[in-house]
Each structure stands twice: as structure tokens, then as C-alpha cells.
Design a protein around this ligand. Structure first.
Ligand code: 5GP
Ligand code: ZN
Length: 115
């Protein structure tokens, strides 16, 4: 299912360009256009779900398994010291795009990223 007003659905459909890092049947991983740190990525399910509560449990599980795999890869490829795995739900929690996504933010010792 696609929401035609959703910016991530437009990205997934290829109507808006993005830097794709990884893709499988269920997800695309893209670089964040406004990165909190260099290499900041977003895991997007190809189906539109507004938030974690709306998503089927099996897909939530797959999303976080992929987050683990991507985080492991990021450590070895980017050589970062740590990674924030962040997932916001609803405006009060800082969600600005209402299509479920997981942030992967590479961190370096003593950096000043506010997440
Ligand atoms: P949220 O605040 O909803 O957890 O995160 C939304 C994220 O989507 C933000 O980090 C923002 O920079 C990113 N974002 C918003 N619009 C676009 C876009 O058009 N392309 C990409 N690659 N990222 C976007
Ligand atoms: Zn969407």
C-alpha cells in the first residue's frame, strides 16, 4: 500500500531521488537528506505504515533484524565508535515523516550529535 501524500512513499516509488544503500523485498535503506552525522541512514519498509503501532509484528521484527545487520556493517565499513538506533512515533516523540523508519546514526567518541 502507498500513501500518495507521503514523501517516503514517493522516494520508494522513485519519484523523488535518494541515495540507496541497501534494498531487499521488504525494505530500502537510504541516506538521510539532513544527516545528524555523516553516514546517517534510514530503514524504510516498502509498504506504508505510519508508525510502529500500525506495522505487523513480523515486519517490525524484520526491520530491527535489518537494523542490527546494517549497524554491524556500518561499524566495519565506516569505522565509527558507536551507532544510535532511533525510531520516533508521533509528533510528540519527534516524528516528522509519518511513514515508519529506523534511524541509524554513526557516532564518534566525543562528537556532539544531539539525538
Ligand atoms: P523523523 O523526525 O520522522 O524521525 O525523521 C525523518 C527523517 O527523514 C529526518 O531525519 C529527515 O532529515 C529525513 N528526511 C525528510 N525528508 C527526506 C527526503 O526527502 N529524503 C531523505 N533521504 N530524507 C528525508
Ligand atoms: Zn509512505
Amino acid at each position: 500500500m502507498t500513501d500518495h501524500n507521503c514523501i517516503f512513499c514517493k522516494i520508494l516509488a522513485g519519484d523523488i531521488p535518494s541515495a540507496v544503500v541497501y534494498e531487499d523485498d521488504d525494505f530500502k535503506v537510504i541516506l538521510d537528506v539532513g544527516p545528524a552525522a555523516k553516514g546517517h541512514m534510514l530503514i524504510l519498509p516498502k509498504e506504508h505504515y505510519a508508525d510502529i503501532m500500525a506495522m505487523p509484528e513480523e515486519l517490525v521484527a524484520k526491520a530491527f533484524i535489518l537494523a542490527k545487520k546494517m549497524a554491524t556493517k556500518m561499524e566495519s565499513v565506516l569505522g565509527c565508535d558507536g551507532i544510535n538506533v532511533v525510531q520516533n512515533n508521533h509528533e510528540a516523540a519527534g516524528q516528522t515523516v509519518f511513514h515508519f523508519h529506523i534511524h541509524l546514526i554513526p557516532r564518534m567518541k566525543h562528537d556532539k550529535v544531539g539525538v
